[in-house]
Ligand binder design. Structure first.
Ligand SMILES: [Zn+2]
Length: 323
């Protein structure tokens, strides 16, 4: 397969990459990410050879690395961050590492790391593709809105913004794409005041973006705003609802079959039968795979999902460069 120009790819490994990223010699990618990669290859969702072979080989250096002669072999990655779960995970880790010094300087200087989570209203039948488009367009508009640009996060206050699109999934509500924005700000405005301003703006913006009034969130559920010094959002520890599925599986196999029978009939309208009941019944992996398949087939492609922007005009920037 030929790579399309839309496919975002990171640069190839540099010799200093492990040190830059603060990684030990061991592989930083967690096991479940390899499992996801493996399943997507088995299901032929991932077919491009570079991605299929991601992380399967080591790069043997032909010449010793002069500054790091003891440096071991490196794992060969494909670097397709929007197509490969492994490289996507590495990008997430990289962005987090990149953000850390900025967050630290901000907190040391009385600023706040504000986490805002933006959601849409939806149900099991909402198409993932459409939800994502409404979400993405609304976020773009929001960042250009006067509430954002002039009231909440004008340049003098806004130090950085980390943008992260996530897709979670649940049996009851189907796919739930949402967006986390982490804003490093020195705006002294109380968090609850920010919440009420942004919730109104979000509702207004989604109303203009979405042709379907159903997606418009209500004021209390559309946005969640918290002061999050750690920069972590625990809500997404289980982004695909795997923990819930595991719990269900423990309960009883029969119950799962019933639940997924229901899901399958609803899902067939949505995905034109991309998963069968038999696939879902046998075990956790098979239940989980149809969800992943849809995510990878329809959306992760060409979807830039995590990025970090620093405002170089903020006064705190001098604290960073002097480090
Ligand atoms: Zn890869």
């Amino acid at each position: 397969m030929v790579a399309s120009s839309n496919d975002i790819r990171t640069n190839s490994d540099k010799s200093s990459i492990y040190e830059d990223r603060g990684w030990k010699r061991s592989d930083p990618v967690p096991d479940h990410i390899y499992d996801i990669h493996k399943s997507l290859v088995e299901e032929e969702v991932i077919i491009r050879s570079e991605i299929v072979n991601c992380s399967k080989h080591f790069i043997k250096k032909l010449e010793p690395d002069i500054p790091n002669p003891e440096k071991p072999r490196r794992i060969k990655r494909c670097h397709y961050v929007n197509l490969c779960p492994i490289c996507n995970n590495l990008l997430e880790q990289y962005v987090e590492k990149q953000m850390n010094p900025y967050r630290q300087v901000l907190l040391d200087n009385g600023g706040k790391n504000i986490l805002m989570t933006f959601k849409l209203r939806h149900n099991q039948k909402s198409s993932l593709k459409h939800l994502q488009k409404v979400l993405k367009d609304s976020i773009k508009k929001l960042k250009d809105d006067n509430i954002w640009k002039r009231t909440l996060f004008p340049s003098k206050y806004r130090f950085y913004v980390k943008t992260e699109y996530e897709i979670s999934w649940s049996e009851e509500n189907g796919f739930h794409p949402h967006c986390h924005l982490q804003i490093g700000t020195t705006n002294p405005m109380p968090t609850n005041e920010m919440q009420s301003l942004i919730a109104n703006a979000w509702k207004r913006i989604v109303t203009t973006v979405s042709p379907n009034k159903f997606f418009i969130p209500n004021l209390s559920n559309g946005v969640d705003v918290t002061n999050t010094p750690s920069g972590k959002h625990s809500k997404d520890k289980d982004p695909y609802g795997m923990d819930a599925l595991k719990k269900m599986q423990k309960k009883s196999n029969k119950k799962i079959k019933e639940k997924f029978k229901k899901l399958n009939s609803a899902g067939s309208e949505r995905t034109k039968g991309s998963y069968s009941l038999i696939q879902m019944q046998s075990n956790l992996k098979d239940i989980f795979i149809p969800v992943l398949k849809e995510i990878y087939r329809t959306t992760v492609k060409r979807f830039r999902r995590i990025f970090f922007n620093v405002n170089t005009h903020h006064t705190l920037i001098s604290n960073i460069s002097s480090k």
